[in-house]
Design a binder for this molecule. Structure first.
Ligand code: PLP
Length: 393
């Protein structure tokens, strides 16, 4: 084939989450939206706050040439300064505008970070179950994606598994807390243990290993504290996006932070900029950079998700389903009623329930139920969940 085989393969393989979402859209056309219980995609169901609209309206008063022009590749300095100030207020740090690079969402933040640190032959560890696109971005950066299973009881990082997987080729470890797909939050103790294991490996191999902390769900929590990873492990890079916290997934806006406490800070800042240049991820959307400056300190409106979470967990518990109590994000990790999660999802489809099989996230026997849907969808889905449970009686 004259075109790029690898790109063709990624295009042909498709994202399983998006495939189910597309099936859900077709089904809604066929039988009516109220009859389909689509729990597939992580599209926030709460509206973006009014402040986002107000910020856009203010921006539209600027001269168009100024508003729509190129920004610096890393983003507008006052926007990056606003983000740095907000982080400093939250975490008692002393970050500056130049530690930040504005991006088109977490997808770009992660791709940029992988490309900034890996060389051919390197390995990047992901903690399974994990967001499936990590593999695509790691592989296209030229590294190998190595899955390390989380502790299957707690879904915290499994320290012995992590220790066993790190070797001299390990260049980075991706963590995502609150976690997609499980909703778990890694405790401070768990992260400290992981940090100790990584430092020990760095000493043993004489290498540098980066922790890439993918934080898009940081503000969506139900009471638990989300530790700030750079204060626990020094070689951390933080990836963030406003897709979830401000309900702006279609607008593509986020950032990468190289904390000033990272011992490789100066080189990394250059490599992040170079990586953005290499990938064509420069000048993140200008209007939404300004939205970030205006809305950076806003808490997420998690009330609707908390209500959905309660209805879903209580409803499924009554029906005898087992699940992991989510501490954050908007996903419920439910044990499939048979070992093959794909077969379970096929049965679920027959009653118009659309969760995502855990195989897509690198492990077997579970499904992800995204509760970023309307409250009515959750309540009305219960009869279908009951029918599904009855198929196994
Ligand atoms: N990381 C995780 C864990 C996600 O769940 C997602 C999106 O669902 C992303 C990254 C990508 O986020 P964005 O839409 O900001 O690119």
């Amino acid at each position: 084939m004259a075109i790029n085989q690898k790109s063709y393969d990624y295009g042909a393989a498709k994202s399983s989450i998006r495939e189910i979402a597309a099936y859900g859209a077709r089904r809604r056309e066929e039988i009516g939206a109220e009859n389909v219980f689509d729990f597939s995609i992580g599209n926030p169901s709460i509206p973006a706050p009014d402040e986002v609209r107000e910020s856009i309206e203010q921006s539209l008063k600027l001269p168009p040439v100024q508003l729509h022009g190129y920004t610096p590749a890393a983003g507008l300095p006052f926007v990056r300064e606003a983000v740095a100030n907000s982080l400093n207020e939250q975490f008692g740090t002393s970050y500056q505008a130049d530690d930040l690079y504005m991006t088109c969402g977490a997808a770009a933040s992660l791709s940029i970070s992988f490309n900034a640190v890996v060389n051919p032959g390197d390995e990047v560890i992901v903690i399974a179950p994990y967001f499936p696109e990590y593999r695509v971005w790691i592989e296209t950066a030229g590294a190998t994606c190595v899955e390390v299973m989380a502790n299957e009881d707690t879904f915290q990082i499994d320290i012995p598994n992590l220790r066993a997987a790190i070797n001299r080729r390990t260049k980075a470890i991706v963590i995502n807390s609150p976690n997609n797909p499980v909703g778990s939050i890694y405790s401070k103790e768990n992260l400290e243990e992981a940090a100790a294991v990584i430092h020990e490996a760095e000493e043993r191999f004489g290498s540098s290993i980066y922790l890439i902390s993918d934080d898009p769900y940081r503000k969506i929590t139900y009471g638990a504290e989300v530790p700030w990873v750079p204060s626990i492990y020094d070689r951390t890079i933080v990836c963030y996006s406003y897709s979830k916290s401000l309900s702006l997934p279609g607008e593509r806006i986020g950032w990468v932070l190289v904390p000033d406490t990272n011992p490789d800070h100066d080189d990394l800042v250059v490599a992040i900029a170079g990586s953005g240049r290499k990938l064509g991820f420069v000048c993140a959307p200008a209007i939404f950079q300004r939205v970030v400056a205006d809305c950076v300190g806003m808490p997420s409106d998690v009330e609707a998700y908390a209500k959905n979470r309660k209805a879903l967990t209580e409803g499924l518990s009554k029906l005898g389903y087992e699940y992991i109590e989510p501490q954050g994000a908007f996903y419920l990790w439910v044990k499939a009623l048979e070992p093959d999660a794909n077969a379970f999802c096929e049965k679920a489809k027959s009653v118009e329930l659309l969760p995502v099989a855990s195989d897509s996230f690198g492990c077997k026997g579970w499904v992800r139920v995204g509760y970023c849907v309307s409250y009515e969808t959750i309540v009305n889905s219960m009869a279908a969940w009951e029918k599904l449970a009855n198929m196994y009686k």
